[in-house]
Structures are given as structure tokens and as C-alpha cells.
Design a protein around this ligand. Structure first.
Ligand SMILES: [Zn+2]
Ligand SMILES: [Zn+2]
Ligand SMILES: [Zn+2]
Ligand SMILES: [Zn+2]
Length: 488
């Protein structure tokens, strides 16, 4: 590697190379593209200029991988996390095209958990005295302290007097692996998305009923296409949610639910909810839905009659306030959801890409560890054609959903933020003659690029690009600190 580094460092175009790789510099596995980029006059389609990657350093363009997972690419996941924060927060306080009055809409922050599939080692702190929950060092209760010890059919004493440290690898693993219902948990993960969908419908219905009971009339909405008028609920809920994989290998959902009204004249508009309904009503709606929604899956050859799917013990629903005096603020909630959006199954000790018949045996074992048994359950139960999705998502322990989702009207999109960033970069890099051209774009850049590979050519290249990105970041931080001292 020293030779690779020496070769790169002695090249005359090193500065040019560093400038060229800058957009992807901090990325672990950038995408390499070859082809041409044409600049075209927007009005006529006339070709103004054309550049080929053949004339560029290394003959390729490096594009950041954009992976959201911190375990895969720390740099790209940081960017994703920042975007996720913006997306979630805009839904609570407005901005970037979301009306600012959403800050006054009632909003709540419930956590939906899975039921128990068997007893696991836990860490429960009665009263936290730590300053930061992420580095909690409070004294927990004993894990499973019981006076009369029960022995399971497999001869395991179902007790544990340990007070587990937060980093204890036993946390989330079953007291008895053979008692644990890995099948039911895998199917629950697979069905969590459908359970969530039904829950949102139930919450909407509850709020509609409540609105009617409080004398708020339905709203006539006319379809612009058919001209037909329908009477619909005067309230509409917008949802954002993050999935968190728990140590025991089951997802739970952290959700944001915002109450909006409905404008008969403009059905797409985000308008305030009727004043007769508030956050306490939303809490009641969530509690009701969480306690009542449930269904049974389709039959499975290994489990005739299917599995029941419902939420576990309902966790408390907090009311979100924009000012700091409520139970939880918009900024806290946004940071929370953004953090989970960059995670996956790492906390369970399992991390792999999609599994195939060739790789399954590395990760699945019906007599192995907790996660090996979960992966095995996904693979085995995924054998029938109708259950193939379990195989497809075996590397996610059965969960096939996105880790961050939102309803259409909740907030802005990630694409909007990405586009703004590109426009910003263009403005930064364009010369004075281009900047003077006005706001209307007169030229278009059309790319004819082709994927040729992923990753840096050599380890030395990766280190060099990373080091230069780190230095640029430090430089920015130093400059920001300097400005802050000037302001203070
Ligand atoms: Zn990356
Ligand atoms: Zn324990
Ligand atoms: Zn604590
Ligand atoms: Zn047992």
C-alpha cells in the first residue's frame, strides 16, 4: 500500500485528482461512472459542449454511495441523517414549502412495540440519574429475579440475577433459546408494516367519529377529474415514522402523528384542524387503535391457522410541543427519528446483505444463537411460494419495510433536499460569467453515464481521499468556531 500511496503522491496531477474526487471523498465505497456530460441550450436543444470522463483523472467520475446505514458508510449516513432530521422537523415546524402554521397543529409521538415471544435478558432502570440516556450508567434492577426458580421443559432455570451493563452482549437474548418462539417473531416482523397500515386507518376512523360526535360536519370534496363530490372526514392525519430494531431482533416503531384539517376548496392544502380537537384526543385515538387493531396471518403449512399479529404492551404517547415546555419538543423528536433512520439490524449482532442459497448457511442455524435461529426461521418459513418475502428479508430478520417513512402530506421529500444541495453546489462552483446569467436556466446538463464499479481503486486512494475530506471538514469547523467567537 505504501507503493500505491507513493505512486499517487508523486503524480503531477495530485491536486487535480483531489479536486476531482472531492464530492465523494469521505465515502467508503463510491460509485464509479464513465461516459459523457453534454451541455445543451434549453430552448433549442443545441449542443454547446461535451465533456468525457476519459479526459478526467482516473477516467471516471466518483459519486458517493449514498447509503443510509452508519455501519456501511459513516459519511453518507451522516448526510442522510441530516436530511432525515430536516424532513421530520419540517413536518412539525414548517419551512421549505411546508406551511409554518403546522407548528400549531396537535401532534403526538407514540412508540408501538411488539409483543413478547419469550423471556429475554433485560436492563431495566427504575429511575435514571444519568445525564445522557445513550451512555447510561445507572444501576439497573436484577434481570429476572425470582424467589422460586422455574425450570423450563429444556431444563433451564428461568432466572437471572445479573444487573446487566448497557453493553452486555446477553441483553435481548432469550433465557431459554429452545422456549423462544422464533417463528412467530419472524412472521411478526414481516407483518409489522401491515399492522401499522391498519393502525393508521383505525386512528383516522377514531378521529372522524370524534369529530362527528363534537358536531364538526364532514367536508364535501369534488374530484377535479370526475367532477363527483364526496363527503369526507373534516380531519386528516399525517404520519412520519422510524423503525428501530430492538436487541431481541424485533422492530418497533417511533411515530409522529400530526392532526390537520381539510379544505373543501383545496383538498391538497395543509390547513389547521378544527379547534374542538386537540392532542389529548390524538393520544386517546392512538391508545384505542393500539389496543384493538390486530389480525391473523394466512395459513402456513408449518402453522395451520396462521399467527396472530397485534401490538405489544402500549408504551406511552408523548405530546409534541414546539416550545420547550411540553413532554417532548420537535427538535428532540426529529433527532430521534433521524438517528434510527441510519440504523438497521446491527444492534442484534447480525449484519449482512440479502441472503441467498449460497450464503444462508453462514448466518442461519436452527440450533445456533438467537439471531441465527431468527434468520433460519425466516428462511425455512419462506419456503412456500406465498411466503417468499420472508426469504427476501431474512437478512432483516423478516422486516421488509423502510426504516424511515412518511405520509405524502407530512413534509417535504428527500429528493427536494438533494436537489437543493445540487443547485447550491452549482452556484458555488460556477464562475462569475455564469452567475450573471440570471435565474432562468438557459442551459441543461445531460449525462450519459454508465456504472462501471464501486469502491476506490486502491486502499491508498481511499485513505488519501478520506484524509483530504477530513481536513476540509476540520477547516470548516475551525472557520465556524472562529465566526462564533467573533459573534459572541
Ligand atoms: Zn458512501
Ligand atoms: Zn439476564
Ligand atoms: Zn440512566
Ligand atoms: Zn426452554
Amino acid at each position: 500500500m505504501r507503493l500505491q500511496a507513493a505512486a499517487r503522491l508523486t503524480q503531477p496531477d495530485l491536486a487535480e485528482w483531489l479536486r476531482h474526487v472531492r464530492p465523494a471523498a469521505g465515502c467508503t465505497r463510491p460509485i464509479r461512472l464513465v461516459g459523457t456530460m453534454a451541455t445543451v441550450e434549453a430552448a433549442t436543444g443545441r449542443l454547446l459542449s461535451e465533456r468525457s470522463t476519459a479526459d478526467m483523472p482516473d477516467g471516471v467520475i466518483y459519486k458517493p454511495c449514498g447509503n443510509r446505514r452508519a455501519a456501511v458508510c459513516p459519511t453518507c449516513s451522516k448526510l442522510y441523517q441530516r436530511d432525515a432530521y430536516q424532513v421530520v422537523r419540517a413536518g412539525l415546524v414548517g419551512g421549505k414549502g411546508v406551511p409554518e402554521q403546522v407548528a400549531h397543529h396537535p401532534a403526538v409521538f407514540p412508540t408501538f412495540t411488539a409483543p413478547s415471544f419469550g423471556e429475554v435478558h433485560t436492563r431495566y432502570v427504575k429511575r435514571h440519574t444519568c445525564t445522557r440516556r445513550t451512555s447510561c450508567d445507572c444501576r439497573p434492577e436484577p434481570c429476572h429475579a425470582r424467589r422460586e426458580s422455574t425450570v423450563c421443559p429444556h431444563g433451564v432455570r428461568l432466572v437471572c440475577f445479573a444487573r446487566h451493563e448497557d453493553t452486555d452482549a446477553r441483553l435481548g437474548t432469550p433465557l431459554c433459546l429452545d422456549c423462544y418462539d422464533h417463528d412467530a417473531q419472524a412472521v411478526w416482523n414481516l407483518s409489522a408494516g401491515e399492522l401499522w397500515r391498519r393502525t393508521t386507518i383505525a386512528i383516522n376512523r377514531y378521529m372522524h367519529r370524534l369529530a362527528t360526535a363534537r358536531g364538526i360536519p364532514d367536508v364535501p370534496v369534488t374530484s377535479p377529474r370526475t367532477g363527483k363530490t364526496r363527503w369526507v372526514s373534516p380531519v386528516r392525519l399525517s404520519f412520519g415514522k422510524a423503525a428501530e430494531m430492538q436487541r431481541r431482533g424485533v422492530v418497533h416503531f417511533h411515530a409522529i402523528i400530526r392532526l390537520d384539517g381539510r379544505d373543501a376548496g383545496d383538498p391538497d392544502a395543509i390547513v389547521p384542524a378544527p379547534p374542538q380537537l386537540d392532542a389529548a384526543d390524538l393520544v386517546a385515538a392512538v391508545d384505542h387503535a393500539a389496543a384493538t387493531v390486530g389480525f391473523t396471518t394466512a395459513d402456513h403449512p408449518a402453522h395451520p391457522g396462521g399467527w396472530p399479529i397485534a401490538w405489544g404492551e402500549q408504551v406511552l404517547t408523548k405530546v409534541i410541543t414546539v416550545a420547550g415546555r411540553g413532554e417532548v419538543t420537535d427538535a428532540q423528536v426529529a433527532a430521534y427519528l433521524a438517528k434510527y433512520a441510519t440504523k438497521s439490524t446491527e444492534v442484534t449482532g447480525h449484519a449482512s446483505n440479502r441472503l441467498t442459497g449460497d450464503t444462508i448457511d453462514i448466518y442461519a442455524d436452527p440450533a445456533g444463537s438467537h439471531t441465527e435461529r431468527l434468520v433460519d426461521a425466516c428462511w425455512m418459513l419462506g419456503t412456500p411460494r406465498d411466503w417468499r418475502r420472508l426469504r427476501r428479508w431474512a437478512h432483516m430478520l423478516g422486516f421488509g419495510g423502510h426504516f424511515l417513512t412518511k405520509s405524502r402530506r407530512y413534509s417535504i421529500t428527500f429528493a427536494l433536499l438533494r436537489n437543493q444541495r445540487i443547485v447550491f453546489r452549482r452556484a458555488q462552483s460556477s464562475g462569475p460569467q455564469e452567475a450573471a446569467a440570471g435565474t432562468e436556466p438557459t442551459t441543461l446538463v445531460v449525462n450519459f453515464l454508465q456504472f462501471v464499479g464501486a469502491g476506490w481503486h486502491t486502499t491508498a486512494d481511499a485513505l488519501l481521499a478520506n484524509a483530504s475530506a477530513a481536513m476540509a471538514r476540520e477547516h470548516q469547523d475551525a472557520a465556524r468556531e472562529y465566526l462564533q467567537t467573533l459573534v459572541a
